[in-house]
Write a protein that binds this ligand. Structure first.
Ligand code: SAH
Length: 248
């Protein structure tokens, strides 16, 4: 069981697999005013940077589950490096339907809401692991401005314009699901560049090291087209943020 190989190559050097810098991740942790010993669940935990740094900085404990074997291994190594391996555990697996035995104070899905079939389903899934009064974290894209055509939406790698909302509508949609939005931290063009442009050097290095790999022509095609596609579409039209929610 694993995710498509292109991500395990292009994001192999990322600690954060989202348009957030380590500064923004730290700002989010501070904004949440986490109490020490808060239990955290993270569906689609990637390389574990959120759980590991928050365990170090705010003394939380937690569980992450991720479908990428590589990212999960990196998360375990990161926990060792930061001296928090006794506070966080990382499971390699499908997070769809995953519910904790013990309730958590913070239940997160940051940039992987397809795990619950969309935002509403993911909130419902996370809510099953959440103690009363706990916080749900959702990381999700939104339109900075509405794409003028479906082709522009596809250029942003969205299936269609209707895949995402503009920010005020996204915030309102959480209200319609019965949740207060109690905090948010948003990506910006510089933090987007850290996520997207970092893939290019990783892909180039991978190509130089693996010229005869069967997958090399796919990686080459991506590296050739991605900078221009990103600048023309994603960077112009797509926002991203993490939203903290509490049930009304
Ligand atoms: N939250 C992390 C990773 C976001 S990228 C971060 O912010 O760094 C999306 C992650 O979802 C990837 O790590 C990918 O491996 C994982 N993923 C995709 N489908 C999944 C599934 N069904 N179950 C668990 N993880 C999944």
């Amino acid at each position: 069981m694993d995710i498509p190989r292109i991500f395990n190559i292009s994001e192999s050097a990322h600690r954060i697999h989202n348009p957030f810098t380590s500064e923004k991740l730290a700002a989010l942790g501070a904004a949440l005013r986490l109490e020490p010993e808060t239990r955290v669940l993270d569906l689609g935990s990637g390389s574990g940077e959120m759980l590991c740094t928050w365990a170090r900085d705010y003394r939380i404990s937690g569980t992450g589950i991720d479908m990428s074997q590589l990212f999960t291994e990196q998360a375990r190594l990161r926990a060792e490096d930061l001296g928090v391996a006794d506070r966080v555990e990382f499971i390699h697996g499908d997070a769809a339907g995953f519910v904790t035995d013990e309730k958590v104070g913070l239940a997160a899905c940051v940039g992987a809401t397809w795990i619950g079939g969309g935002i509403a389903g993911t909130i419902e899934l996370l809510a099953q692991s959440l103690r009363a009064g706990g916080i749900i974290l959702i990381g999700e894209p939104y339109w900075l401005k509405l794409p003028p055509t479906e082709d522009v939406a596809k250029g942003c790698l969205a299936g269609s314009i209707s895949d995402f909302l503009i920010l005020p509508e996204l915030l309102a949609s959480f209200g319609h699901l019965g949740y207060d939005v109690v905090e948010m931290v948003l990506a910006d063009p510089d933090s987007w560049d850290r996520y997207e442009a970092a893939k290019w050097l990783t892909m180039r290095r991978w190509l130089d090291a693996n010229p005869n790999d069967d997958f090399a022509k796919d990686v080459r095609a991506q590296l050739t087209s991605e900078p221009e596609r990103y600048a023309a579409y994603t960077r112009q039209y797509l926002g991203w943020g993490v939203f903290a929610l509490m049930a009304r």
